[in-house]
Design a protein around this ligand. Structure first.
Ligand SMILES: *[C@@H]1O[C@H](CO)[C@@H](O)[C@H](O)[C@H]1NC(C)=O
Ligand SMILES: *[C@@H]1O[C@H](CO)[C@@H](O)[C@H](O)[C@H]1NC(C)=O
Ligand SMILES: *[C@@H]1O[C@H](CO)[C@@H](O)[C@H](O)[C@H]1NC(C)=O
Ligand SMILES: *[C@@H]1O[C@H](CO)[C@@H](O)[C@H](O)[C@H]1NC(C)=O
Ligand SMILES: *[C@@H]1O[C@H](CO)[C@@H](O)[C@H](O)[C@H]1NC(C)=O
Ligand SMILES: *[C@@H]1O[C@H](CO)[C@@H](O)[C@H](O)[C@H]1NC(C)=O
Ligand SMILES: *[C@@H]1O[C@H](CO)[C@@H](O)[C@H](O)[C@H]1NC(C)=O
Length: 462
């Protein structure tokens, strides 16, 4: 390696050496996760390259957007450069184990809503060390480009989105649209087109890592994963103001084998939300602040079928959120939420630390319906901290017709942040048991299992 890297040193700018070192160190750390095991670019193997080509040659497999014409002054539209760099990286059939698409620091790249499409011939490391921003608000968004999403990754197998950079969704002008809740004149909500872009979307993709980045102020959800398999989110820092509408941190749907670890998410809506068709999800060491907490749901809308199972939420901290851990379903629908473990969660001034709400309804007067998404096999263990006394710290509002079953509580200790303890947790049609005394005491569970007749008639258990 030394020889080739040194010769690069003499021929090229510092950047290229960094690139070479970066590729090396990345290869060292990630070898075990890579599918392909092609030759290292910095290897001592003699290369046939003509030295005359050298000034143009970065280590093969390294694609710096500024070499593709990106300006990075925050004003010029750099979309074409990113697309060209993507196309080159994606179709790179050199000897690279993977391609690195690089957005360097010291630049702010303005890019339009764009779809980065696979499958690629190699794995992609999309490394953002600079800043990336979309057009500033709905007025600047080109009329002929969809407002549903900004950066979309589609049909990718094997990609890491990472870097020490910053992705700023510039959501302010979207949040202030008069169609957003109470943003109309005198606090009204006006009708009208209200679509706002999701900042980053992965769709039909697998073997994904997203790590280290700072993502802020998305017009809508910050991340959304649909129909993805094997997703690892690590060390993200997501922030948006408390009152920014629909700015969920990470939403997953029809996605399985998900790890979301060691991240900080302070925003205006759900910290993490888990939609239909998700299973084998592990959420660990997340700090959630001033949004709506970690939610499963909402499920069963428009009588849909939803299956969610094997979800773990562990070692998380909730600060001044409206919910801690919530399961929400609409009336109607079918399917089940099962096998959910909440373990070692800390709450600070949380409005509803534990809540199951099977009557979720955004408008007035949702009709009573007799079918429901079953909620079963839910464990709450070691949940401690303080709650806001405006609502009971535990709320199990289950369906009239299909009760919640097998809810287990152990080592629960929830105290009022200020004021008097709310002595009555709320239960409706909830079957469960206590493995240890709880604070406050819960005496409203029905014991045992619901009558077999109910389970046999109404339940589609996925
Ligand atoms: C949108 O319109 C602009 C200018 O009218 C044009 O240059 C661009 O190609 C169009 N983009 C799409 C995606 O149609
Ligand atoms: C807002 O409320 C004020 C005082 O109630 C009223 O004078 C004004 O006309 C209202 N504006 C609109 C746009 O409704
Ligand atoms: C994902 O990675 C695994 C293991 O590294 C590999 O077997 C699989 O083919 C990859 N792609 C998909 C679509 O799972
Ligand atoms: C938990 O996540 C935070 C980032 O939010 C990180 O600083 C900390 O080191 C993580 N803790 C562990 C034990 O990994
Ligand atoms: C549940 O999901 C975890 C990953 O979060 C996985 O390791 C485990 O095997 C799954 N359990 C079952 C029974 O499938
Ligand atoms: C739904 O059921 C509740 C309680 O059984 C009842 O008070 C309410 O009137 C019903 N609503 C409708 C729209 O039928
Ligand atoms: C209750 O739920 C726990 C945890 O998911 C599970 O291990 C247990 O088998 C369930 N019990 C019954 C009777 O289904």
């Amino acid at each position: 390696m030394a020889k080739r890297c040194l010769s690069l040193l003499f021929l090229h700018a510092i950047l290229l050496i960094n690139a070479c070192l970066f590729v090396r160190s990345h290869a060292r750390h990630h070898k075990h996760t890579l599918r392909r095991n092609k030759r290292d670019n910095c290897s001592p193997t003699p290369q046939p390259d003509d030295p005359a080509d050298a000034p143009e040659a970065a280590p093969s497999g390294f694609f710096d957007v500024t070499k593709f014409g990106a300006v990075g002054d925050g004003i010029v539209d750099d979309t074409a450069a990113f697309k060209a760099a993507w196309d080159a990286a994606c179709s790179n059939t050199d000897n690279s184990e993977f391609s690195v698409l690089y957005a360097p620091s010291g630049h702010t790249f303005m890019i339009q809503a764009t779809m980065f499409t696979g499958p690629c011939d190699t794995e992609i490391i999309f490394k953002i060390d600079g800043s990336v921003v979309p057009p500033d608000g709905p007025e600047e968004w080109p009329k002929n480009i969809s407002k549903h999403q900004w950066l979309v990754f589609y049909k990718i197998d094997g990609m890491s989105l990472q870097g020490g950079g910053r992705i700023d969704g510039r959501g302010q002008k979207w949040w202030e649209l008069p169609c957003k809740p109470h943003r109309g004149p005198n606090g009204t909500t006006l009708p009208g087109p209200c679509v706002s872009p999701i900042a980053i979307r992965f769709f039909h993709s697998s073997n994904l890592t997203v790590k280290e980045l700072k993502i802020m102020n998305s017009p809508q959800f910050h991340f959304r994963f649909d129909v993805c398999h094997n997703v690892h989110v690590e060390s993200l820092h997501i922030t948006a103001p408390q009152l920014s509408p629909n700015t969920d941190g990470i939403h997953i749907e029809n996605t399985d084998n998900v790890r979301i670890h060691n991240s900080y998410i302070f925003n205006g809506d759900d910290c993490i939300s888990i939609g239909a068709g998700c299973y084998d999800v592990d959420i660990r060491n997340i700090s959630c602040g001033h949004g709506h907490g970690i939610s499963i749901g909402s499920l069963g809308n428009h009588n849909s079928r939803a299956c969610v199972h094997n979800i773990t939420v562990k070692d998380c901290f909730f600060k001044e959120t409206s919910n801690g851990v919530r399961i929400k379903t609409w009336q109607g629908g079918s399917g089940a939420v099962s096998g959910v473990t909440y373990d070692n969660l800390r709450m600070e001034t949380v409005r509803n630390p534990i809540i199951i709400d099977q009557y979720y309804c955004l408008e007035q007067g949702c009709n009573n319906q007799s079918s429901a998404v079953l909620v079963t096999d839910i464990v709450y263990s070691s949940l401690k901290g303080t709650y806001d006394v405006r609502s009971p710290p535990m709320h199990f509002g289950c369906s009239d017709t299909i009760p919640c079953s097998n809810i287990t509580l152990s080592d629960i200790e929830l105290l009022p942040a200020i004021g008097e303890m709310v002595s009555d947790p709320f239960c409706w049609n909830a079957y469960g048991s206590l493995d240890s005394l709880t604070i406050p005491p819960v005496s409203c569970f029905q014991e045992g299992l619901p009558p077999q007749s109910i389970l046999e008639s109404g339940v589609d258990s996925c």
